[in-house]
Design a protein around this ligand. Sequence first.
Ligand SMILES: [Zn+2]
Length: 461
Amino acid sequence: MTTRVVAVLLCVSVMSGFSRTASAQDSELDARIVKLVGSVSEEHLGVILKKLESFETRSTLSSTTSTTRGIGAARQWILDEMKSYSPKLQVSFDTYQVVPQGRITRDVELRNVMAILPGRSPRRIYVSGHYDTVARPGGQGQANAAAPTDPDARTVPPADPNAPLDNLAPGVNDDGSGTALTIELARVFSQSGIDFDATLVFMCHVGEEQGLVGARLHAQRAVAQKIPIEAVFNNDIVGNDRGGNGIIDGATIRVYSEGPEDSPSRELARFVQRWGGRYVPSHKVRPMGRPDRFGRGGDHSAYNALGFTAVGFRESRENFTRQHDVRDTYEGLSPAYLAQNARVNAASAATLALAPPPPSVLNERNQPMINRAPSGYDANLKWNAVPGAAAYRIFWREAWGQDWQQELRVGNVTGVILPNMQIDDYVFGVAAIDAAGHESFVTAYVTPPRVSTDIKTKPGT
Ligand SMILES: [Zn+2]
């Protein structure tokens, strides 16, 4: 720290009348989370991936009558598997009757598979993937050679629209990897013995390849039923470390998030970088300041579209020739790499689920509570008290840049004054912390968008 920052800290203590507690305690890792992260099993992930591959296709429009092949068999196995982990897990189908539209060519019953680990509070944190698959002639490799097309475009209906779409579509990476990660975290969280504050939901979506259909339906239901979803971690194509161009990277993971710059989803991505990085320092989190890859989509966007906070994890180096193709087999997976991505998810979700919810920094008129009082040249930040918070942490960075540059732990207060800090020159944010140091993601002070109004002029001029 520079001397200037220390001077600021001293001023804070004196002027605001609260003590600056030592932060050694909350910078340490929680031994229970360390243990949980350590219990993610590469071997078990491999077993799940092979099982998912054995269904040969998990297309949303495939057969539901076989007990060994197709989506009916796959969803039943996922349900039974998660049920076997712990009586604490509430496992169910999240079912919808869907009529033909877009890439859904016939009436079909869609079933997301959902495992809920109830916490002390109803606020929810989701870990998710999609278990449905697709394989088309040429796969994603051929699609990438052409210009991007509308992903929701209606496709040519098959000769018999009611016939099951049963062509081989193993989908071990897309998205067996995200599904296996989700199932494995259902196991380690439900068997951890940790009493989480937030309710954790392990969600295997369906219909993703038809336009995020299962995720959109669940997000719609969450809005209608006022289900408080605080964060969604979506994992889609997270198990391969060998790029189709020969470049190998098994030590990093990309995290995509919807903007604008200090949106809650961007703050969630920063949170994953901060806490995933602390618990899994051998794996680098690479936040990406865009919703997803060019021309590609994922289930987190379905939640974003309805106002929820959500991010998408993607492997760093993709092999497009295996995606949406019969070649998306177990052979193309690295269970060791998938396990690292699962550990980053586990550390982030566990920290978030033990922390208080993020503070709101808006007043009753929906304006951010930031001003220059009392001198006219200070940073005066206020926020609303969060239930369960024992302290708060302020973050700031220059108003040009991506990563938080400074942080300051303050006590159980709802405001801080940083003398001579020009609010116009920095982005500020605040996170809530519990007594043990578990931290929420940051809520940033964002300038509300200006509403444009027409200037009135004299008629006829
Ligand atoms: Zn996918």
